[in-house]
Design a protein around this ligand. Structure first.
Ligand SMILES: NC(=O)c1ccc[n+]([C@@H]2O[C@H](COP(=O)([O-])OP(=O)(O)OC[C@H]3O[C@@H](n4cnc5c(N)ncnc54)[C@H](O)[C@@H]3O)[C@@H](O)[C@H]2O)c1
Length: 359
């Protein structure tokens, strides 16, 4: 049988996105080399992002989605640069891909790595390991609303931004969260809500959660208001396993989670189209970090962890484990970037991870 060959579209986009995608590709090249022909990755890189916008007036070409459709996966950096309004860059590229390719599940593990000091004291003596499961297709990021009445003059404009919650959308992300919980040591799903204040969408969310939970009697559940959940991340992190939340809530909570693990630069993520009708997209949680971009000092671990999630998605489970073990071995050796208290630069951390692939 021929070795599988996977077509990967790389979209580094802006700022540190370019640096971390290069780092992730270097690690994947090394993994592919050591696989000695058991699989192949065929890369194509696309120069879409804020520079492309400056030249073409759009973040990606009109037929960009058609181009991407033929790939097995997308490896993404980060989008956003001070020259383009953030809502234009985000909607023009990342959200355009996520929404049109129905990547409705955003999986964001929070990994507490050896050798990385967490600001959480409990992380010193408690094993912490969570996954934030983010509804990625609707909710507060449905893009429904508008602005009007600017003609009334300064101070008179109004804006409406609506959140969309469908029973289908809630149910599919919750089932994915429960199925994931069943594969973990702690079989528990925590649902995040704000139904005390948002009496329509979030009450539908809660009722769907209760209905879905009834099909998983072996999985422990809880439903927690988002404000209380923020406190719980800090005060009782040992009580969490899988956390399922709406688009906005999970976006915020996963940044909190990765900061508690040590840095935003550590956090990996996968935007999945679980039915595999469209390519899924793998990217670090962080943005383009204009404050440190271009200096070679950003943390590549979030992007390299996302590359491991991509390998897993492609069925290369052993290779994914190898990359994750190499990340752990590297931080345990103290080879770390500045955001996690080290002195190494992006290239040194990447080289150490490659050297540890055989560890
Ligand atoms: N998925 C995405 O593409 C995405 C996500 C978030 C923000 N953004 C965009 O990124 C731009 C900057 O946004 P922001 O500053 O709010 O968020 P950011 O994630 O870019 O940066 C927040 C902080 O984390 C630090 N940081 C981020 N990545 C790091 C890394 N790999 N290593 C070390 N430190 C790192 C930055 O230096 C900064 O201090 C904006 O244009 C925003 O819209 C894009």
């Amino acid at each position: 049988m021929d070795a599988p060959r996977f077509r990967i579209a790389a979209i580094p986009a802006d700022g540190v996105g370019r640096e971390v995608v290069a780092a992730g590709r270097a690690v994947l090249d090394a993994v592919e080399l050591s696989a000695a022909g058991r699989f192949a990755l065929a890369w194509e890189e696309f120069p879409w992002g804020s520079d492309y916008y400056a030249e073409h007036g759009a973040m990606m070409p009109e037929d960009g989605l058609t181009t991407l459709q033929g790939f097995d996966a997308i490896y993404f950096g980060a989008v956003g640069w001070p020259t383009v309004p953030d809502h234009v860059s985000l909607w023009g590229l990342r959200l355009r891909v996520c929404q049109n390719f129905d990547q409705w599940a955003n999986i964001r593990p929070v990994n507490f790595l050896p050798g990385v000091t967490s600001p959480l004291r409990k992380a010193d003596d408690t094993d912490l390991d969570w996954v934030v499961v983010r509804e990625n297709s609707e909710g507060e990021y449905a893009g429904i609303g508008g602005r009007n009445l600017a003609a009334r003059g300064r101070g008179g404009e109004v804006a409406v931004q609506s959140a969309l919650f469908t029973e289908v959308g809630c149910e599919r992300i919750m089932r994915l969260a429960f199925d994931l919980a069943r594969t973990r040591a702690r079989k528990k799903v925590s649902s995040v809500t704000k139904s005390n204040a948002q009496q329509y969408g979030m009450v539908l969310w809660d009722e769907t959660f209760q209905r879905v939970a009834a099909d998983y009697p072996d999985v422990e559940t809880e439903s927690v208001l988002v404000d209380a959940m923020s406190a719980k991340f800090v005060l009782h992190p040992e009580d969490l396993s899988v956390v399922v939340a709406s688009n906005l809530h999970a976006d915020i909570l996963s940044d909190l989670g990765s900061a508690l693990a040590g840095s935003l630069g550590l956090a990996a993520s996968a935007n999945l189209n679980p039915e595999r009708r469209f390519p899924s997209m793998f990217e670090p949680v962080h943005g383009s970090a204009p404050d440190i971009a271009g200096r070679g000092v950003c943390n590549p671990i979030g992007a390299i962890g996302s590359a491991a999630m991509m390998l897993d998605h492609l069925g290369l489970h052993d290779e994914a484990k190898t990359v994750n073990r190499a990340i752990e071995a590297t931080t345990a050796q103290g080879v770390k970037t500045r955001d996690v208290g080290g002195t190494a630069d992006t290239a040194e951390v990447t080289e150490a991870i490659i050297a540890n692939l055989g560890a």
